[in-house]
Structures are given as structure tokens and as C-alpha cells.
Design a protein around this ligand. Structure first.
Ligand code: GLN
Length: 496
């Protein structure tokens, strides 16, 4: 049986109840890694198969004995900025190439408790700064649906690995679209939850007021199962909400969607007709609106206005760079770093600038410098404070819409994935790829990517947004689209 093709919820059943062989599942996945990883470059660290087999067997044994393990034996790919004790945590940066965290992120702990087994740490844009996966110090990841294109970033490796079934489920993080954009370009489901719903403990911060860790899967039910295991209050994260979803709320919401539901949907017209959005993308968003209607939803058209559609992007980049410049100050190669000792005649200032110059890549350095400059005396009001004001306006507008409708529908990506090397040369071109992603982060609203069409045999996702803690509605709507279009459990067979 081809166990690697199964969604996590079915796989768990096969392994625990159906007599499926845990070792042969792991062997199948490693066989795919052997075939495709050279092309894709999706992992930075891969654990040994023997170790992984042992842990998968252990998880399945415990589940067979009756332990509650909704993800028993399921292989999990973890983005390389989320700590797993004992495994390198490079953030795809030379600066952290030698860093091995002595602790595990809360989300990983919870998923392992639910039965998952970490298979490895995935490639990404350096410090999660980028939208294509190409700023990695470990080389770019390729899109398994079309290997000359990027998979999207910054959670590029998790996206490619899960889409090509080099893992069954994955973790990414989303500061300004890093889960939703790669999910949209690789045929996956991906969720950036309400700010504070998922613990950030163990995530290397880039811009902490914007980001959340989140799941990436080939199936909407798997996304719900992962969220039920991950979400909820964590005393170790001071921004964690005092809220824990009750068991079964998200999976029940998915089931409701399979039957169809009378949701009210706002199609965000000026986001779909935005000049940055391509014709291909528009067509798929309208197709998703039809799919929702077929399943019983009532779709209305709304406009978000210029602040949300146009000014959110510069506001996001100002805030993100300012936070980045302060977060990345700690990488001085002494407290953290790749540990090249100072030269005997070198002063501290020379030493810091030399090692920070060598340790960080171009894009990261650009953001540290711009962020520090924008926070400097005399400029702060012009940039940072103004961006915060815009952030408030974006939030107010989206909140008022999200309170009037069950879900908002908009694109998840503005174009189809660029070819390797195409977007990375011009920073503004790169930033423009986030035109429709950053609003959810600025406002803290939950947002989900769901595959809704294919363009020249590459899958393309659309985005759903809801009010704070409105995740159940997102799961219902996504499940309605999945049922109507049949676009789930897609597996890429990379060639080349
Ligand atoms: N592309 C955006 C940026 O570079 C978002 C990245 C992310 O979500 N981590 O800031």
C-alpha cells in the first residue's frame, strides 16, 4: 500500500487500526527523498531513517495501547526557525549554521505528544525574510510542480517537502504571508491563525508583533487535526491568548463544510481587481466564489479601500524591518553565531561589523540597516509611527468587514510562481509579491490558503479571512471549496 500518499488522518487509522506497517511508511517517504531531494533542496537537516522508524513505531505502539494520538506515526517537517532540541536550527543563515537549541518549541512538543515524528528541518528564506525561498544561505528550494519555478517563501522547504510527499505534514511560520504564499503555489492548505492563538515559544523572532507558527498540509482535515493539537494558551509565550479551543471544534467545522453550509462570504473586489493581481489569479478566485455558492454560501461583493489594498504593504515593510533590526541585534557571533574568534589586533566594533557582515546575507543586511535607520531619532515619526497609524486603519477596516461576514475571500498570491532568479534581483519586485498577504498579519486576523484551481498544471490557492478566533468558519469554508473542486491530497511528482 502506498502509505505516503495518505492524508495524516487516514494514515493514522491505517497504522493504528488497519494493521499498516509503520516501517514501510517511513521507507516509502525516504525513498521519495532519495529520488527528489537533490532536485528540490527542501531539507537542511534530515534525521536518520533508523532513528525515525524507531520513533514512529513507538508512537504507533502507544496509540494501539489506547493513548490519544490523533497524529500517531505521522512524519512532520519543521521549518528551520522552529526549535527542536538537538537538531540544528540554522534559520537558513550562515550566522546560525552551528546553533543547536537545547529546547523544543511548544508547538512541536504538542504535535509530538499527539503522535507526530519530526523527520527533519526544512529550508527557508534566511531568517524568514523573503517570498521565494531564494534568500537561503543553503541554496534555493524548487517548486515540485514545476522545477524551474520557486515554491514561494519563506516556508519554501516545508511547502516543497509536503507537496512532494517527502513528509506528510509540515510547520511553517507566517509574518507577512510565509505560510499562505508557498501553500498557494504548491497545492497545499496553510493557516496563519489569529495572533496569539498559537504559541511562538521556540520560534526565532523576525517581527514578533506580526508572526504566528502554523500548519501546512495536503488536506483540510489534516490542517484541522494539527491545529487542535497545536493551538491554545502557553504560559511560556507572553503574547499567547488566554484561550484554548476545545477538542474537535476544527475537525467538526471541516465536516460541516463537506455537507455544505449557508455562510455569508464577502468577495473583496478591489483586492481581486488590484493592478498587481494577474488574470490567472483572478479567474481562480472567481472560481472559488462559485464553488462556495454551489455549496450553499451567499457571496456578496465588497471593497476594502485604498489603505487596505495599497498602503498596507509599505506599512508592513516599515514595521517588519524595524522589528527585525532590533531582533537581529543579538546575533553578534558571541552570544549566538558561527563562532569565529576575534583577531588579536581587532577592536570590538571592527569585529562585530566584520562577523555580522560575513554571517548575514544581502536581504537580511538590507533590512537591518533600513530598520535601524527608520527607528533613528528624527525619522521615527516619519516612518515607524506613521506605519503604526496605518496598521490601525487596516485593522479597523478589516475587522468591521469580518464582523459582518462569516468569511472574506481574496487572492493568496498576486501571480503564478516566478521562475528561479526572476523576482530576487529587485527587492521591490520581491516585496510586491506580498501585496495581498500582509493585511492579515497587520490586523491579527486568521487567514487560510486553500487550493482552488490549476493554471498550466500548477495548482493555485486562494485566501479566506475571518474575524479573530473565527478559525472554525475558515475550516468550514475551505472544506466547502475542497469538496466542490476536488483539489485535495495533491501530490507533486517532480521531474528533472
Ligand atoms: N515576504 C515577507 C517578508 O519578507 C513575509 C515573510 C514571512 O512571512 N516570514 O517579510
Amino acid at each position: 500500500m502506498r502509505l505516503y500518499t495518505l492524508p495524516a488522518w487516514r494514515l493514522r487509522w491505517e497504522l493504528v487500526e488497519g494493521g499498516g506497517d509503520p516501517a514501510s511508511y517511513v521507507e516509502q517517504v525516504y525513498e521519495r527523498i532519495r529520488l527528489f531531494e537533490k532536485t528540490l533542496n527542501s531539507y537542511i537537516t534530515l534525521r536518520s531513517m533508523e532513528e525515525v522508524v524507531e520513533e514512529v513505531e513507538q508512537q504507533v505502539r502507544e496509540a494501539r495501547r489506547g493513548a490519544y494520538k490523533p497524529l500517531a506515526g505521522v512524519l512532520l517537517a519543521v521549518k528551520d526557525n522552529i526549535a527542536v532540541e538537538g537538531l540544528p536550527n540554522t534559520c537558513a543563515s550562515r550566522m546560525l549554521s552551528k546553533y543547536i537549541p537545547p529546547y523544543t518549541a511548544t508547538v512541536v512538543e504538542r504535535l509530538v505528544e499527539a503522535g507526530a515524528v519530526v523527520i527533519g528541518k526544512t529550508n527557508m528564506d534566511e531568517f524568514a525574510m523573503g517570498s521565494t525561498g531564494e534568500t537561503s544561505a543553503y541554496g534555493p528550494t524548487r517548486n515540485p510542480w514545476s522545477i524551474n519555478r520557486v515554491p514561494g517563501g519563506s516556508s519554501s522547504g516545508t511547502a516543497a517537502a509536503v507537496a512532494a510527499a517527502l513528509a506528510t505534514i509540515g510547520l511553517g511560520n507566517d509574518t507577512g504571508g510565509s505560510i499562505r504564499l508557498p501553500a498557494a503555489w504548491t497545492g497545499l492548505y496553510g493557516l496563519k491563525s489569529t495572533y496569539g492563538l498559537v504559541s511562538r515559544y521556540g520560534l526565532v523572532s523576525y517581527a514578533e508583533s506580526l508572526e504566528q507558527i502554523g500548519p501546512m498540509t495536503r488536506n483540510i482535515m489534516d490542517l484541522a487535526v494539527m491545529m487542535e493539537a497545536m493551538a491554545g494558551f502557553d504560559p511560556r509565550d507572553s503574547t499567547s491568548l488566554d484561550y484554548t479551543p476545545s477538542r474537535g471544534v476544527y475537525t467538526a467545522a471541516v465536516e460541516r463544510g463537506e455537507e455544505g453550509a449557508r455562510l455569508s462570504v464577502a468577495l473583496l473586489e478591489d483586492m481581486v481587481e488590484h493592478e498587481a493581481v494577474s488574470e490567472d489569479v483572478r479567474r481562480v478566485v472567481y472560481r472559488a466564489a462559485e464553488a462556495l455558492e454551489e455549496m450553499g454560501a451567499k457571496v456578496s461583493r465588497e471593497k476594502v479601500g485604498r489603505h487596505v489594498a495599497y498602503y498596507a504593504l509599505p506599512a508592513y515593510y516599515v514595521i517588519a524591518m524595524c522589528e527585525a533590526s532590533s531582533n537581529l541585534a543579538r546575533y553578534d557571533n558571541i552570544r549566538y553565531g558561527y563562532r569565529e574568534p576575534p583577531r588579536p589586533w581587532e577592536g570590538w566594533n571592527t569585529y562585530y561589523s566584520r562577523v555580522r557582515g560575513e554571517g548575514f546575507g544581502r536581504e537580511v543586511k538590507r533590512r537591518i540597516m533600513l530598520g535601524s535607520w527608520m527607528l533613528s531619532a528624527g525619522y521615527k515619526d516619519q516612518y515607524y509611527v506613521r506605519a503604526l497609524r496605518l496598521r490601525r486603519m487596516v485593522r479597523d477596516r478589516l475587522l468591521s468587514l469580518a464582523e459582518r461576514y462569516d468569511v472574506l475571500l481574496l487572492p493568496s498570491a498576486v501571480t503564478m510562481p516566478p521562475r528561479l532568479g526572476e523576482a530576487i534581483t529587485d527587492p521591490v519586485k520581491l516585496y510586491m509579491l506580498d501585496t495581498v498577504s500582509v493585511q492579515a498579519n497587520l490586523s491579527g486576523l486568521p487567514a487560510l490558503t486553500v487550493p482552488a484551481g490549476k493554471v498550466r498544471s500548477i495548482p493555485l490557492g486562494v485566501q479566506l479571512m475571518a474575524r479573530p478566533l473565527g478559525e472554525p468558519r475558515l475550516f468550514t469554508a475551505a472544506s466547502m471549496i475542497a469538496t466542490a473542486t476536488g483539489l485535495h491530497d495533491l501530490i507533486a511528482e517532480p521531474v528533472g
